[in-house]
Design a protein around this ligand. Structure first.
Ligand code: SF4
Ligand code: SF4
Length: 231
């Protein structure tokens, strides 16, 4: 008697084999190089042992304010980082962390999900994936490079005038006079200090990163960051 041909969609393997097959097919790629990059990051200096000895207790998640209101799970981030799970590099949830360091202060192994997040975010920005999360800060960083101070109150606070009223408007209109009267000096740091800031930006690669983010945000049409102070 000829064997019956299974109907389309019929299960022909043991259920356990199907489950195992699906599990492995969906498993993220494990990259030992990713683990090494996280471990070698200078920010992990005080947390190497903790990172390698995470016991998955979940204390980090239980105290994390971001985890309470989002789908971000610190314990999972610790595990996936230790496994070299490449999906971390395209996981937007790590951007919900706002570096309060509660997880770090409570971890019984002295691991730091706060720092792991920072390292993973850097990788996301480096690859271009994370640009969408930082492009809103590009102007602030550009100001910091050019003037040694990120936020110029004259640019930032017009929107606050309406809420804070006439007294604030007067204060901003006479800001420099008031500072002079109080002996506070110029609003911006002196040129030699700005140049030091610029050297840090340049030597650490931050300026290149800022250009990449700006170009991404402007579709490649961004002007390079220029320094008035360096001229
Ligand atoms: S608190 Fe520390 S040991 Fe516990 S799961 Fe989080 S990172 Fe791992
Ligand atoms: S530093 Fe980030 S991950 Fe850690 S508790 Fe605070 S919000 Fe959560």
């Amino acid at each position: 008697m000829p064997e019956k041909t299974p109907a389309a969609g019929a299960k022909t393997a043991k259920p356990t084999a199907v489950i195992a097959g699906d599990t492995f097919a969906a498993a993220p790629r494990r990259d030992p190089e990713l683990v090494r990059r996280i471990l070698d990051d200078p920010r992990m200096h005080d947390h190497k042992e903790g990172f390698l000895s995470c016991i998955q207790c979940g204390v980090c998640t239980s105290g994390c304010p971001a985890a309470r209101f989002t789908d971000f799970v610190p314990r999972e981030v610790a595990r996936r980082a230790l496994e070299g799970d490449e999906t971390l590099l395209t996981d937007d949830s790590v951007w919900y962390c706002y570096s309060c360091y509660t997880c770090q202060s409570r971890c019984p192994r002295h691991n730091s999900v706060a720092v792991i997040n920072q390292v993973v975010r850097s990788m996301q920005v480096e690859s271009g994936y994370g640009h969408k999360h930082v492009e809103m800060f590009a102007e602030w960083c550009g100001n910091f490079y050019e003037k040694g101070m990120g936020g110029n109150p004259h640019d930032m606070f017009p929107v606050v005038y309406e809420a804070w009223g006439e007294q604030w408007r007067h204060f901003m209109a006479h800001l420099l006079e008031i500072r002079a009267e109080l002996g506070l000096g110029d609003l911006f740091p002196p040129t030699d200090v700005v140049k030091e800031v610029q050297v840090i930006f340049e030597e650490t690669g931050f300026l290149d990163r800022l250009r990449q983010v700006r170009e991404g945000a402007d579709g490649g049409a961004a002007e390079p960051v220029e320094s008035e102070a360096a001229e």
